[in-house]
Ligand binder design. Sequence first.
Ligand code: SF4
Ligand code: SF4
Length: 509
Amino acid sequence: MADVAAPPYRVIPIIPALKPGAMEGVKPFIAGDKINTAIGFPGELVADWHDKAIAKMGELLAKYRSLKVYMDACVHCGACADKCHYFIGTQDPKNMPVARQDLMRSVYRRYFTLPGKLFPKLVGARDLTREVLDEWYSYFHQCSECRRCSVFCPYGIDTAEVTMAAREILDAVGYGQKYSNEIIGKVHRIGNNLGLPGPALRDTLEGLEEDVKDATGIDVRFPIDVKGADVLLITPSADFFAEPHIDSLVGYAKVFHATGTSWTLSSMASEAGNFGMFIGNYEQLRSIALRIREVALELGVKRIVVGECGHAWRVAYSFWNTLTGVGDGAEAGDHFAQLLQKQLDHRYKQPTHICEFTWDAIERGLLRFDKSKNDRHIITFHDSCNVARGSRMGDFAGGQFEIPRNIIKAVANNFYEMSPETTREQTFCCGGGGGLLTDDLIDLRVKGALPRMEVLQQVVDEHGVNFMATICAICKAQFTKVLPIYGFDRRLVGGVHQLVSNAIILGDN
Ligand code: SF4
Ligand code: SF4
């Protein structure tokens, strides 16, 4: 950490000067044999990696029509060029979204198009050499799959999907990333990304019950593995012990208590996060999601609620439907998906985000707040990428933007927006999403946080903002780490339900 420094703020945030090669060779640790084989990937780079990689690419092009369209459609207009936080922070031209895509597009042209096969130099086609493969490993792990660039592309080309495809190809030849693959192994083995066993979870939850009782005098429960509960809460495992995440877990529990909701956590599905999406691997994405279905069936719950986790909500909102049957998209012949469909109560939206749950309770007058309890906080809101650009909340367009803000305004008096070019669908990534929240990439993470830190500084200077609320476990962890490097207090970041927890009135007082 000692040699990591924040880049200087830009006076006028225009396209930064190019620094070719600035991030050349920067890459996360490579997964070793034990980590890879535990989740079904080759243990190390296979001898015939070239042929296997091209075959895998062909398979993905056939399977995902979008990928083929993305490879063919780009007109190199440059609209996306300055929209990536990693390009802005590192100034490396290969971190321009279009350049990142071209790392794969050049190989696609060489092997999958006639002009590329006949006249490679004329059409910018390249052989897949070991050098190119290393370049893929490096630069496809400098993309957080945040999809900001796609908002600005006239063709809607989604660089995140290109990154996912590249990572899937890399894993298929035994060249995967340690951080993500290790975490996926832990989910399968233990039930969550952090490797917290059931007894440790129970201890934590008992401790929270005592803390809340001491603070409020009220018996707020944190139930786990309760059969017959109405609601199953699936939340990121960081909520069980990390700061500030745990304060939001307390907030969820208080909301359930105040609304008289019968709810439970699960020790087996104690993780909302799904790193299968980050590595672009459908089988992993599905098998991690299926743990939740299994638990939901076992516990007999009627409703599934998802805690504050950005990519988890995207997976839940966009993919659970077809992966698991949570929602209304059970595939024909998928017996367990259909069982779950019958079991769940479809008067409720399935799945429900905790913000939807809380806002609905507020609208129905079920919750009371003392907003002055948050008066020490001058608040802004950071939209998390996967919520903003990969999901929705409520039953109206933009609900994913308005509902968390509505909750904040219902529980606190002081709220200020950051610059509109950096919020809602144009929000900047925190710099640590997409499987990059690892200390081997801390330099990239700090540089990638630059655009968000610049606009945060503006509201700090203009309004005295001292609390940036967010609904993503990765954003919280990333900001906790990088805020001090930019000269802010690490406690400046927190959850929306942390604010709910501060202000909610329990009992008669
Ligand atoms: S990090 Fe986000 S903005 Fe940058 S290339 Fe990837 S998806 Fe696009
Ligand atoms: S905005 Fe779209 S079409 Fe234009 S360069 Fe970027 S990816 Fe290509």
